[in-house]
Design a protein around this ligand. Structure first.
Ligand code: HEC
Ligand code: HEC
Length: 440
């Protein structure tokens, strides 16, 4: 057991340590950022000011607890409390000012009045957590060509043991599993123009695939911009996405989210009044030097190149991927045209646009311009390394798929044609396609 763990740590460290700029100074910055990414925050007050400020409500005590080895999280095992899977909350616009805030993109959602925009399943000592997230899975059978049957797990979510009153009767919920963070710095560098070239919100080319940009208010740049981070592309910049995590997931104040109480609402007065990690010397729990260091780390997380696999089998798998129409959304290439990247080609296998994925995956919760059926195409780079990085397989926005095949079979809406193509392939061809995904 110990040897297994050790092996895993060694294997994963070698992946995480891989990054673009290897000059000694820069690698020290990378290591500093990594240690803050892994740091377990503690509740205030403490003597060592630099580590306190956790909560009062939170989902995890470090970035790493959710983004395990900077990779993806996992759904809770039976009887475990959910950590790397959490529930986003909101309600539809209630009045003219809500409608205005959504229309002008100042907000992507209207918060649930008692619980905020996220359901926190942990709290500091002396304060109750918001409640528990209960998940139940029901098996759904799918038939594939060649008399193969596959079981999918249809999740059902319930928020239980609510500690701060009833939820608003119109509450909308969206479960989210911590995604892998490799390649984020490069996704940040793709120009808006390069992404928008594939946008076709009204499907004018009639291929059944829309590709819609999300437009969101950037707290960092103080303007409406293309959204690109998060499962619905609800956040414009990497720094803002990280700071949102500090505030919402861990409960720490940051330059863009200066309140000490994270996601507590005015209805949670005991939470807003709980001790915090601010003082006159340190007005923020996670000040700019902390968020900058973490930004440096997250921006430089690179995946090692997988060995090129020129086998005939792999070429056939790639051909099925193209012919099924996967590449209409999972765009293999982008060219970076900023000055530093010098026309470098990257291979994220995503268009970073929103697509209607059908009823099966719908959360029925809008976020900015993304409606309740739309999701941003998840980048597939690195997906073949999931086992090596995380030792588990949980795919899709809420980790409901346990294999790549299950993830494909959940595709609906605009992706239904690609899914049906996959289902009709001969078993050998399906396996070639899956093997190809394993090389990404
Ligand atoms: C409680 C679990 C949890 C913690 C803790 C957490 N994250 Fe996340 N992270 C998520 C989830 C879930 C998402 C997807 C969010 C969404 O779709 O709105 C995400 C998304 C992201 C993304 C965007 C990924 C993408 O593909 O667009 C980045 C970057 C990120 N997190 C960085 C961080 C950093 C940095 C920290 C620590 C400060 C952190 N996260 C802490 C769960 C977590
Ligand atoms: C219409 C656009 C579209 C098409 C076509 C499409 N996908 Fe996707 N794919 C998505 C979106 C959007 C998601 C994220 C869905 C979610 O998380 O609920 C996704 C998620 C995935 C995932 C899970 C990724 C992860 O890390 O969890 C895999 C694997 C995948 N797609 C493979 C494929 C394959 C293989 C094909 C072709 C047979 C395909 N997709 C066709 C849009 C598409």
């Amino acid at each position: 057991m110990l040897f297994c763990l050790l092996g895993l740590l060694l294997a994963t460290n070698s992946i995480v340590a891989e990054f673009a700029d290897s000059s000694p100074n820069k690698s020290m910055d990378f290591a500093a950022g990594r240690s803050l990414f892994k740091k377990l925050w503690i509740a205030a007050p403490t003597a060592t000011k630099s580590s306190d400020g956790l909560g009062p409500l939170y989902n995890a005590r470090s970035c790493f607890q959710c983004h395990i080895n900077a990779g993806r999280g996992h759904v809770p095992l039976p009887k475990q409390r959910a950590v790397s899977l959490f529930m986003r909350l909101s309600i539809p616009a209630q009045n003219a000012s809500d409608r205005q805030a959504l229309k002008t993109h100042r907000q992507t959602v209207i918060s649930e009045p008692h619980y905020g925009t996220q359901f926190q399943t942990f709290a500091v000592t002396g304060l109750p957590a918001e409640g528990e997230l209960q998940i139940r899975y029901t098996d759904v059978e799918v038939q594939l060509t060649g008399a193969e049957t596959v079981q999918l797990q249809q999740p059902e979510y319930r928020l239980k043991n609510l500690q701060f009153g009833q939820l608003h009767p119109q509450t909308q919920m969206s479960p989210r599993l911590a995604p892998s963070l490799f390649g984020m710095g490069e996704l940040a560098k793709i120009s808006e123009q390069a992404i928008l070239q594939y946008s076709d919100p009204n499907d004018q080319d009639n291929d059944g695939i829309s590709g819609k940009p999300n437009r969101v208010w950037s707290r960092e740049f103080k303007q409406v911009m293309l959204g690109r981070f998060g499962y619905k592309a609800g956040v414009a910049s990497l720094d803002e996405q990280n700071q949102l995590a500090f505030a919402g997931d861990i409960g720490l104040s940051t330059p863009l989210f200066p309140q000490s109480w994270g996601d507590c609402t005015p209805h949670q007065a005991i939470c807003q009044k709980a001790p915090h990690g601010h003082d006159t010397q340190q007005p923020l729990e996670a000040p700019k030097k902390v968020t900058d260091a973490v930004l440096y780390y997250v921006s430089h997380l690179m995946l090692p190149k997988q060995q090129a696999n020129p086998s005939l089998e792999n070429i056939a798998g790639q051909k099925h991927f193209i012919q099924a129409g996967c590449i209409a959304c999972h765009r293999p290439h982008f060219q970076l045209d900023d000055a530093i990247s010098n026309q470098k080609t990257i291979t994220p296998y995503s268009d970073l646009l929103l697509h209607d994925m059908g009823e099966g995956l719908a959360d029925h919760r809008a976020e900015g311009d993304a409606n309740g059926k739309e999701w941003r195409t998840t980048p597939l780079w690195g997906i073949g390394l999931t086992e090596r990085i995380n030792g588990h397989h949980y795919y899709l926005h809420d980790g409901r798929a346990r294999t790549l095949q299950q993830a494909i079979l959940w595709h609906g809406g605009e992706a239904k044609r690609a899914r049906d193509y996959y289902v009709k392939l001969a078993k050998k061809d399906r396996q070639q396609l899956l093997k190809f995904l394993g090389t990404l």
